[in-house]
Write a protein that binds this ligand. Structure first.
Ligand SMILES: NC(=O)C1=CN([C@@H]2O[C@H](COP(=O)(O)OP(=O)(O)OC[C@H]3O[C@@H](n4cnc5c(N)ncnc54)[C@H](O)[C@@H]3O)[C@@H](O)[C@H]2O)C=CC1
Ligand SMILES: O=C(O)[C@@H]1CCC=N1
Length: 273
């Protein structure tokens, strides 16, 4: 990693989170370049970290051996085709865009690069991210290790067996934080409806979410057993869980996640090559 020069194309939320993680882990900021078309975004990144910033994607690309594509899916084609003439040195490409497949990236970038598709999530901002990664066949083991190190700077990394499964990663962890935020919102509102102050309901809900996740991670039993341990026979939790089951919570979750993965496939058709 020490010889790796990384350019982030697009310096928005996700890119700045990953840059923050790398710098925190001791990666030399001088080896990192961030580009953006929006000057205030570049200024914000430059104020936070001593990285090189520029609006010139091509100039940044030619001096890097890893390029992280962190722009929105809708501008990916335009960004990639403009970069193509500047990639003769064959940098590894890491794309974090939802719904843009390797075939499209290959077409736009010239069909000869190591490409890693990566799906991070916003808890990367607090170094608690979860990323799914898939590499094309041109990616060497050394390059995969670099991609792994970059994403591990902001959380855990899981490699998938096929590119298709990146859509499932989006459904589980890419979009997943929003599901938990929705659940928290619903629990806070229900607590308030039962008479708690919003402050009480919010603090109790957030700490419960954090505690449940921590317990599940640290425990040597699975989440089914952990749920069983909260639920005393004929007690309060059992009633709440029965109510969720009667209302088909599992089906509701599965349907939402199916819709999520399908949207990624649809985006690949709408925005792809
Ligand atoms: N927000 C999320 O939860 C997640 C987002 N992603 C993916 O990450 C990517 C970036 O998302 P965010 O960081 O949330 O978006 P963002 O909007 O915060 O960042 C994108 C940045 O790209 C810049 N940009 C636009 N055109 C450019 C160009 N031609 N050259 C250089 N920079 C340019 C924009 O000014 C913006 O600052 C997206 O493709 C998204 O699918 C992946 C996982 C989670
Ligand atoms: O909603 C989206 O399209 C992006 C990808 C995963 C999380 N946010």
């Amino acid at each position: 990693m020490s010889q790796t020069k990384i350019t982030f194309i697009g310096a928005g939320n996700m890119a700045s989170s990953i840059i923050g993680g790398l710098v925190k882990k001791g990666y030399s900021a001088g080896q990192i370049t961030a580009t953006d078309t929006h000057q205030p975004t570049l200024d914000k990144v430059a104020d936070s970290f001593p990285v090189v910033t520029t609006a010139d994607n091509a100039a940044a690309a030619v001096r890097s051996n890893v390029i992280v594509l962190a722009v929105k899916p809708q501008v990916m084609e335009q960004v990639c085709t403009a970069l193509k003439p500047h990639l003769a040195h064959k940098p590894m490409i890491i794309s974090i865009a939802a719904g843009i497949d390797i075939r499209s990236l290959d077409t736009w970038l010239g069909n000869d690069l190591a490409i890693v598709r990566c799906m991070p999530n916003t808890p990367a901002l607090v170094q608690t991210g979860a990323s799914g990664l898939y590499a094309n066949e041109r990616t060497s083991d050394a390059q995969k290790a670099i991609a792994n190190d970059i994403m591990e700077a902001v959380g855990i990394v899981q490699w998938t067996a096929s590119e298709d499964l990146i859509d499932s990663v989006i459904a589980v962890s890419g979009s997943g934080p929003a599901y938990y935020f929705l659940m928290m919102e619903a629990m806070i509102d229900a607590g308030v409806a039962q008479g708690l102050s919003r402050e009480n309901a919010t603090q109790l809900t957030l700490q419960t979410a954090l505690g449940a996740a921590k317990l599940a991670q640290d425990s040597d039993v699975d989440v089914v057993e952990l749920r069983r341990r909260v639920s005393s026979p004929n007690g309060t939790t059992e009633k709440a869980i029965q109510s969720f089951e009667n209302d088909n919570l599992r089906e509701i979750v599965a349907r939402a996640m199916q819709t999520c993965a399908e949207r990624s496939k649809e985006m690949a058709k709408e925005l792809g090559a």
